[in-house]
Design a binder for this molecule. Sequence first.
Ligand code: FAD
Length: 455
Amino acid sequence: MEDFERVNHRQRTSGVIALHWFRHGLRLHDNPALSYAAANAKKLYVMFTFDGESAGTKLIGYNRMKFLLESLHDLNCQLHSYGGQLLVFREKPLKVITRLHDVLGVNLVTFEQDCEPIWNERDEAVKEGCRELGIECREEVSHTLWDPKEVVDMNGGVPPLTYTMFLQVTSAIGEPPHPEERLDFSSVKFGIVPVGLAAELNLFAEIPTPEDLNVKCSHPADIEENSGSWIGGETQALLLFDMRLAVEADAFKRNFYLPNQARPDLLGPSRSLSPYLRYGCLSIRKMYWGIHDLFAEIHKGKPPCHVHLTAQLIWRDFFYAMSVGNPNYDRVKENPICLQIPWRHKQKELQQWKDGKTGFPFVDAVMRQLLREGWIHHVARNAVAQFLTRGGLWISWEDGLKVFLKHLLDADWSVCSGNWLWISSSAFETILDCSHCLSPVAYGRRLEPTGDYIR
Ligand SMILES: Cc1cc2nc3c(=O)[nH]c(=O)nc-3n(C[C@H](O)[C@H](O)[C@H](O)COP(=O)(O)OP(=O)(O)OC[C@H]3O[C@@H](n4cnc5c(N)ncnc54)[C@H](O)[C@@H]3O)c2cc1C
């Protein structure tokens, strides 16, 4: 046994040594699993591990990987100010946990719930491994407003198939929890990993770059041009959230709702919070209650109204709940909620759509923006998704989903699949509906009549 193993073996017997495992939830505020670890441990380790899958890294483009790494960098900087360090490994989580238990005496592991079925196997293996090692495992729900598993249970074991049903079930559960008070980390004692163990577990000396993880930019000229347009991390998320509250306050005062949906600005600077919600840099509960309380303050005495932004946040929860227990949610085959539509296999047209070379200027501009920046407005997503599926090329939504999952900054397995199912009219309705489709020409002209967006 090495010296440090002996020392830490002794520590194990005398108190809680915790490891918080970040998967998403990349924030210090309103993070109940992290606060539990910090409040109960005499020493705390915090980690993220690149296992080839977690945080949606199985299918990931350059822009999202950059956003994720910036978010980790931001966490690390914040932890540094409290004398801590974010440990970033390239290893399977259970191996890291096991070795940190063996060598450093870790006896408590905490993490935020990843409710999607694609994570069940990973999380069950970790929970089982912890049980065998006698490690306490604590999982907290804070990536969604309600616990999607509770929603399904409450609905008799099946997900509520429509948004209205979802609202009924959640109103029976009650309001979503308020965000926690911000924890003071200054009294937390953070642990570091000895050199030998660091090498064994492939601990990065500093936050890696996308290239370190073999993710390359396919348009190198864009790196400089786009630098600064999206910056990952909690610090930036909180800044943008304050700006967003000001925009919503102005709209509420004028009795106007969803300003960025009703008057989409395709040319303005990116202000969306979805990539920050996807990685949990911003707490969904902080956003929900922030908007809710703002409405209540401006419209004193009026009952809460869900036609504004909080309704959008509830849609996000709806799509998560829909995917619980359905590992085939992202495909046509063996997906119990998906209509079996005879989509055509047209490789050439699919490639043209992916490359932004269909010949329809608006559709092509949107796809080029997706490839270069990783973010496109909701109305633009609608346009290209309908064009690919029931409104134009008649190609399966599954093909479109893969492209979105790779390139979108906010790409989220449940939310993206749910929206593709919706837009292609493959689910949440009983029949395929092609009676109302967006014109790929007139729609673009209406949204942005100057043509500057396309240029
Ligand atoms: C084909 C398609 C794929 C999509 N894929 C994703 C995805 O992978 N990840 C993702 O977060 N959103 C996805 N969306 C939903 C939506 O386009 C984005 O959430 C929205 O554009 C984000 O912009 P915003 O933050 O300004 O939204 P806002 O209007 O400010 O809404 C606030 C938040 O509510 C949530 N939200 C808004 N609209 C929706 C919606 N339709 N479904 C679920 N949640 C919503 C998002 O978290 C968003 O950040 C997709 C939409 C379509 C049509």
